[in-house]
Design a protein around this ligand. Structure first.
Ligand code: ZN
Length: 421
């Protein structure tokens, strides 16, 4: 199939939707086009500091790895009905520069200061537009849906890490640094218990409202545009959708939202699937992984966990998925074998992909209570992140210990001491 060329559209045809740490997303609003209508364009970003270290513009660049990663790896673990379609699109530097001029002002100021579209990329990703063309769509970033098992935790961390979830500890750490906080606990959302799922959704709404839409755990899109709590049109759209009497009373709306979405999430296998993948892939915790790494490679120049390990090729990822779906579950994870180090490192990276993804929930039709749920943003994580995650884990736990908080997060899916038998 001939690849789509972005130059067949005008930069004006694309509107800014949202962005994460690595990518930025635009939605097609131009004249009908078989390849572009109902699609979003996902572009890679580059920090201002590194934007001068451009890729050699004359070399052939590979396709965005996100496409092959989803096609070859993620689709083996997640049924395709929960995934958006992804295809490659050929980019053009002049076109991308025009897009920056047109749309950079629509980005949040904090993001604009840090990074920009990588205009030297020759290939981007076209994905199913899960947000546009509909009255309303919601994005939830659920984050870590499990508590770690005890056996690989140190005596200093075990009591804390098995009582408080990673997200709640991290949130507390961020709030200390001045970030806007939220009372949301992922373990409530992942609990499969209606009261707790509603509590989680209620907290997500409160966080969204109190942060003026700046927290990224819940986002609302109306007719393809990300909206903030002070947007009257959003409130009216939510009222039309969620309430019988179209009441725009915010308390009413919050309750209706939590009630309808709780049902949609309880009826769907998506959260259970994500939680199982996260917990079985991160079976050693970063502490156990770090111990195995230093045991296996003693005396290795160590600039942090995973620093001396090359990133896996796509073939290695494919082999890993085969192992994960067979032998992995029979390994003795209590005493991990040094021979399995590379697989454990890869498992942790893949777990991080599922900890960092989002779900898009949108109505199937105007009929209330009928929703379609898709999982998005499943990008490959790299080995050079492991060292940073290990350090962050230590910082978060040390801070949380010093705060003397008495919080408890309940992991309802925890089966005995998984992996410790
Ligand atoms: Zn929690």
């Amino acid at each position: 199939m001939t690849p789509a060329l972005i130059t067949e559209t005008k930069p004006e045809d694309w509107t800014y939707i949202s962005e994460g740490g690595a990518t930025i997303v635009f939605s097609y609003r131009g004249p009908h086009n078989v390849q572009f209508s109902d699609h979003v364009l996902r572009l890679r970003k580059v920090t201002h500091r590194s934007s001068d270290n451009t890729l050699d513009i004359d070399t052939e660049q590979p396709d965005d790895p996100m496409i092959a990663f989803q096609e070859n790896i993620i689709s083996k673990l997640v049924p395709s009905k929960f995934l958006p379609s992804l295809v490659m699109v050929v980019l053009d530097e002049h076109w991308l520069r025009s897009l920056v001029v047109l749309r950079d002002g629509d980005r949040p100021a904090g993001r604009r200061q840090m990074d920009q579209i990588d205009v030297h990329r020759k290939k981007g990703v076209l994905a199913t537009d899960l947000i546009g063309g509909l009255s309303i769509a919601m994005e939830i970033k659920p984050k870590w849906g499990f508590l770690p098992t005890e056996c690989h935790l140190s005596p200093e961390t075990v009591a804390l890490k098995t009582a408080v979830c990673r997200f709640c500890m991290h949130m507390s750490f961020k709030m200390e640094q001045g970030y806007v906080g939220t009372a949301y606990c992922p373990l409530d959302l992942f609990s499969c218990d209606e009261t707790r799922v509603r509590k989680a959704l209620d907290a997500l709404w409160a966080g969204w409202y109190e942060s003026d839409g700046s927290l990224n755990n819940l986002r609302f899109f109306v007719e393809g545009r990300m909206t903030k709590p002070d947007d009257d049109y959003l409130v009216q759209s939510l009222a039309r959708f969620f309430t019988a009497d179209k009441s725009t009373d915010l308390q009413n709306l919050r309750e209706s939202f939590a009630s309808f979405l709780a049902q949609a999430l309880l009826d769907s296998p998506v959260l259970s699937l994500l939680s199982t993948l996260q917990r079985t892939l991160d079976i050693l915790d970063i502490e156990g992984l770090s111990k195995l790494y230093t045991q296996t490679l003693p005396g290795f120049p160590c600039d942090g966990l995973g620093s001396s390990v090359p990133d896996p090729s796509m073939e290695e990822w494919e082999d890993f998925v085969k192992v994960y779906q067979s032998d992995y579950h029979y390994w003795n994870h209590t005493i991990p074998s040094p021979g399995h180090l590379r697989h454990y490192l890869m498992a942790y990276l893949l777990s991080a992909t599922f900890k960092d993804c989002s779900i898009i929930i949108r109505p199937k039709s105007a009929q209330i209570g009928s929703f379609d749920i898709k999982i998005i943003d499943m990008d490959i994580k790299r080995m050079n992140r492991l060292g940073k995650w290990e350090k962050l884990d230590r910082q978060i736990v040390e801070y949380y210990k010093s705060s003397r908080s008495q919080r408890r997060c309940i992991d309802s899916q925890r089966v005995g001491q998984l992996g410790c038998t």
